[in-house]
Ligand binder design. Structure first.
Ligand SMILES: [Zn+2]
Length: 342
């Protein structure tokens, strides 16, 4: 009797979680309950384990085919996990040290670590969601000395080194700068790898803050918070490589091209991405130059973007930020509705 009610309760909870993931209205009470269970309780972890096994049945060798990006003594190795996530193994080959970014599936990530004969010294966690932080405790068990970094505001599992905006992390010649980017979660951070020791561009590991032509959903903050966090990325140089937490480029570019059908550069990028996805190739990295130019979520300061969204009048200097935040919310809403029409 007890086990029957447990099963019924478990089934009900899983149904709530399945439904909340598909909902576009983050303000509805139903969404809030599902999100709370997912992000704050062990039920969320259980749900994530279930997602991992489903994805393994669906994709025998991962959702995408990835390639290493090799520079002078630096290797960036993307690892496809779950339905559409990426972890990254970043290797400083001269000093033979490495760092993992968001290694949520220990089983899959370990295969890649072993193949590379690496011993990771640190984990950089972008935010608390299980599909990014779900491997931390297991890796801490496997590598006792591993340091686990993550935003101090985001209750990251097994964190050993909570970080804040402007902090620096050094492992061999790998030097990362932390940028605090709340909006998707209250404590989301991104990591910027300094390319200069390797004579290459910097790399942004953007988690669920910035995607190729998209940005994360605003689960834990108003559009003004997300806008500030997105604006803070505009200082990054155009050549900065962008390594996002999910393979969302196709979906996002389909939307961008629907939003702005006369933009030839978006069409070209969509064509490139469609070509890559035909063979399930990974679409990362992008670069900040392309994102500043094509990603609608980074372009709310453009008059053209405001017109597309139906904002008739050019905002005054005083109202500019508030109008841009409204524009960001409008793009988000249109994107969420568009996705579920596909
Ligand atoms: Zn997330």
């Amino acid at each position: 009797m007890v086990s029957l009610s447990l099963m019924l309760y478990g089934g009900l909870v899983i149904s709530v979680l399945l439904l909340f993931k598909k909902m576009s209205n983050v303000k509805s009470p139903f969404f809030k309950i599902g999100y709370f269970l997912y992000s704050r309780t062990r039920i969320g972890q259980y749900y994530f384990q279930r997602e991992l096994s489903k994805a393994k049945q669906k994709f025998e060798h991962g959702h995408s085919v990835t390639q290493d990006t090799q520079f002078d003594g630096l290797k960036i190795h993307p690892i496809p996990m779950s339905e559409d996530n990426y972890a990254y193994l970043v290797i400083d080959q001269k000093n033979d040290v490495s760092v993992l970014v968001d290694p949520a599936d220990p089983e899959v990530v370990q295969e890649h670590i072993d193949k590379e004969k690496a011993t990771p010294s640190a984990i950089l966690t972008t935010h608390k969601h299980w599909d990014h932080s779900g491997g931390n405790s297991e890796f801490k068990r496997r590598y006792r000395d591993i340091l686990i970094y993550g935003g101090a505001m985001d209750s990251i599992p097994a964190v050993t080194n909570p970080v804040a905006d402007g902090d620096n992390i050094e492992v061999g010649s790998l030097r990362f700068r932390v940028k605090f980017t709340p909006g998707h979660t209250v404590g989301h951070v991104v990591y910027i790898l300094d390319g200069s020791p390797f004579n290459c561009p910097n790399s942004l590991f953007s988690g669920d803050h910035l995607f190729i032509s998209g940005c994360g959903r605003m689960f834990e903050g108003p559009p003004t918070t997300m806008l500030r966090s997105l604006d803070s990325l505009l200082e990054l140089s155009d050549c900065t490589l962008v390594w996002p937490g999910h393979e969302y480029a196709r979906d996002n570019l389909e939307f961008s091209s629907h939003l702005e059908p006369d933009n030839e550069e978006i069409k070209e990028k969509l064509a490139r991405v469609l070509q890559l996805r035909q063979s399930r190739a990974c679409t990362a990295p992008s670069n900040m130059g392309e994102e500043k130019k094509l990603n609608p979520f980074l372009r709310t300061s453009e008059e053209k973007m405001l017109q597309i969204l139906g904002f008739e009048q050019k905002p005054t200097v005083e109202e500019n930020f508030a109008v841009r935040a409204k524009a960001l919310a409008e793009i988000r809403e249109r994107k969420d509705k568009f996705k579920y029409k596909l």
